[in-house]
Design a protein around this ligand. Structure first.
Ligand SMILES: NC(=O)c1ccc[n+]([C@@H]2O[C@H](COP(=O)([O-])OP(=O)(O)OC[C@H]3O[C@@H](n4cnc5c(N)ncnc54)[C@H](OP(=O)(O)O)[C@@H]3O)[C@@H](O)[C@H]2O)c1
Length: 253
């Protein structure tokens, strides 16, 4: 990369899995963003992030529970102080949960908890960071992460067009429906924010070995992350409102 992905980026759920991988990948990129804001529920116990803070001066670790309105408010204030008049370029809504539930055993609680974390939180975070994204969008003209963008971590399991009888995803009603709803949130945001110059995409990061992805996943975090970062760096107006996979393929809704 000749240009950094952006000046400032915020990643939710950055203490482990793909979120931590993104932080590590961005820190290793050359050039790397000036400000990387890694958020997680419990910074005190996020040992990997704490180590990175000692090594790099451009990473800030902030507490953020994405389902707490107070926590979101507090984080926005802190991020405002960090990014200043230049605003926030890129919000990566990565935090998510996978609560299992087949038709036989799915519960109302599982559905509602998953929707709150995987759909509602992303919309509320996008709303809360909008003023900072708008500030960043005013600084340049062409669309992309370098200007202002919201990246929502979705999943191929949410594709209604690709759903097949008895596919591997029939046991995850809460997860796949929450991500399908997140896709609609993304499309709606893309439409609403186009004129502001803020790009929005839904991204399937690949099936990756993490606590959520499990050990059967074909990709390791360090295999997928460089491709994801390079994809994010190449996003432009034509990608606004798209559902993409980690290799840049357009996925059907
Ligand atoms: N791995 C895959 O194969 C795969 C495939 C498709 C999509 N995805 C998506 O990619 C994203 C990251 O997945 P992953 O595999 O890295 O999952 P993971 O290893 O289970 O990590 C999930 C992250 O989300 C955080 N989180 C959950 N609830 C939160 C909350 N209320 N507030 C703040 N943070 C919260 C977790 O924090 P704690 O440590 O505090 O729990 C953790 O940092 C998810 O949105 C997932 O749906 C993953």
């Amino acid at each position: 990369m000749d240009q950094p992905l952006c000046r400032s980026v915020l990643i939710t759920g950055a203490n482990r899995g793909i979120g931590l991988g993104l932080v590590q990948g961005l820190l290793a990129a050359s050039p790397c963003p000036e400000v990387i804001i890694a958020t997680c529920r419990c910074p005190e116990s996020a040992q990997e992030l704490q180590k990175l803070c000692k090594q790099y001066s451009n990473i800030r670790v902030l507490p953020l529970d994405v389902v707490s309105e107070n926590s979101i408010k507090e984080t926005v204030k802190k991020v405002e102080d960090i990014v200043g008049e230049k605003g926030l370029n890129c919000l990566i809504n990565n935090a998510g949960i996978n609560v299992f539930g087949s038709l036989e055993d799915v519960t109302m609680e599982a559905m509602l908890t998953t929707f709150k974390t995987n759909t509602v939180a992303q919309l509320m975070l996008s709303k809360a960071f909008l003023p900072l994204l708008k500030k960043a969008a005013k600084q340049s003209a062409t669309m992309g992460c370098h200007r202002a963008a919201i990246v929502n971590m979705s999943s191929i399991s949410a594709s209604i067009a690709l759903a097949k009888p008895n596919d591997n995803f029939h046991v995850i009603y809460p997860y796949r429906t929450s991500k399908a709803a997140l896709n609609m949130v993304t499309k709606s945001l893309a439409t609403d924010l186009k004129l502001e110059g803020i790009l929005c995409i839904a991204l399937h990061p690949g099936w990756i070995q993490t606590d959520m992805g499990g050990t059967m996943a074909p990709l390791k975090v360090h295999d997928a992350i460089p491709a994801i970062i390079s994809l994010l760096a190449q996003l432009s107006e034509k990608d606004n409102g798209a559902f993409l996979d980690w290799q840049g393929n357009i996925l059907p809704w």
